[in-house]
Write a protein that binds this ligand. Structure first.
Ligand SMILES: C=CC1=C(C)c2cc3[nH]c(cc4nc(cc5[nH]c(cc1n2)c(C)c5CCC(=O)O)C(CCC(=O)O)=C4C)c(C)c3C=C
Ligand SMILES: [Fe+2]
Ligand SMILES: [Fe+2]
Length: 363
């Protein structure tokens, strides 16, 4: 194990706080080679696919990475923007806005964004914060609902980075915000703004990203947290459970995933004579391939093909003011109660270290 050298650390430096906003990651381009790189890293994470490596590796490298990249690339091409992948564009913008919102409230906090898979990596983000003098870092995965497949994987990546660092910053994690009143409020305002101009639907369908059903029976709280978000949102909107439906999208592979599935539910609603559905994806704070392609294009087609008349996709929180207010509050709540000074160094320590350096000691 080797550690990189530490920059000089001055006793008089005040504690500096960094916030690292982490999202899933996205390919660098809507092309098959870029997708192969991205999917190899993503689907090679044992948190994401819990199949023993000896079994999974031949399937991933022998089958999936030969066929899926080209198909996925075509889907990404349909939602790509001149600035790049929507997930990246929104995540970057959120980091920049959060920096501004926190600054306006008097917090000297450094905000960076990072991706669990692809660039900028979590290690790059943490290195950058450390190089700017952050002695404490709040890691904020942009997943409202905790899942072992997503949130825990961010913790894994931070732990992997820490193994090469001698002088670690204090680290804290936001593990979930699925029931945070301001997150619920931001979602509700998004829906109400849509309804104010477009009228109300027969059903509001809340579609969350799926995970294998097995993770629920093994104790992952994700399913419960999705349902809690949905219940709180429906209560805030004043609609009963008969008007609000929870579904799970993006099934991958042949195993059973959390039910009910989004697309078959939409087809069924259309066949039962439901004329208008509004669909929102509260588990995603940024629009991405899963919302813009799978929901706003594919699910819409499925509903209309099956006899539905009107399908409205309500966008993610993206750069909405209410969402930035919620993010700011989440960060502030973590900053409160965090000591403002580092206590592990005093002037004598600093002098001793400098003397040792001057004498040529290396370690
Ligand atoms: C194979 C298993 C997968 C699990 C488990 C999984 C969980 C999971 N994912 C998100 C959020 C996102 N997923 C996104 C894309 C995406 N997800 C999977 C697979 C699993 N996800 C794949 C293969 C892909 C890539 C697209 C494709 O080829 O179909 C994205 C969007 C990324 C983007 O670039 O826009 C997000 C966001 C959550 C929240 C979650 C578990 C709760
Ligand atoms: Fe996913
Ligand atoms: Fe998907």
């Amino acid at each position: 194990m080797s550690f990189r050298p530490e920059p000089p650390y001055r006793h008089a430096d005040p504690a500096r706080t960094g916030v690292l906003l982490c999202n899933l990651g996205t390919p660098d381009a809507p092309t098959a080679p870029a997708l192969r790189r991205y999917l190899a890293e993503f689907l090679g994470d044992p948190r994401v696919v819990e199949i023993p490596r000896a079994v999974w590796w031949p399937i991933l490298h022998g089958i999936i990475l030969r066929t899926r990249p080209a198909r996925s690339a075509a889907k990404y091409a349909s939602i790509w923007t001149p600035e790049g992948s929507p997930l990246r564009v929104w995540t970057q913008k959120q980091a920049k806005m959060l920096q501004g919102y926190l600054g306006e409230r008097g917090h000297q906090v450094l905000v960076h964004h990072a991706m669990r898979y692809g660039q900028p990596s979590l290690a790059q983000g943490l290195d950058a914060l450390k190089a700017q003098g952050a002695t404490r870092v709040l890691v904020l995965p942009l997943y409202p609902q905790y899942s072992g497949t997503t949130t825990a994987s961010v913790v894994d990546a931070v732990a992997a980075w820490s193994r090469g660092v001698r002088r670690l910053p204090e680290l804290r994690f936001v593990m979930r915000f699925h029931d945070h009143p301001l997150y619920i409020e931001a979602l509700a305002r998004r829906v109400l703004a849509h309804w104010a101009t477009r009228g109300r639907p027969d059903k509001l369908l809340l579609s969350f990203h799926g995970v294998p059903k097995r993770t629920l029976t093994l104790g992952d709280p994700y399913h419960c947290e999705c349902h809690k978000t949905a219940r709180l949102l429906a209560e805030r909107l004043g609609i009963g459970p008969d008007r609000c439906i929870v579904t799970f999208q993006s099934r991958f592979g042949r195993a059973e995933w959390l039910q009910p599935y989004t697309e078959p539910t939409l087809r069924e609603l259309a066949r039962r004579g439901v004329a208008r559905v509004d669909v929102m994806c509260p588990g995603f704070v940024s629009d991405c391939i899963e919302t813009l392609e799978e929901i706003a294009i594919e699910a819409r087609d499925a509903f209309l093909e099956s006899g539905g008349r009107e399908f409205h996709y309500i966008p993610c929180l993206n750069d909405q003011h209410e969402w930035l207010v919620a993010l700011t509050a989440i960060v502030e709540q973590h900053l409160a109660g965090w000591p403002t000074r580092q206590t592990d160094d005093d002037e004598q320590c600093a002098r001793r270290r400098e003397r040792a350096r001057a004498l040529g000691a290396t370690d």
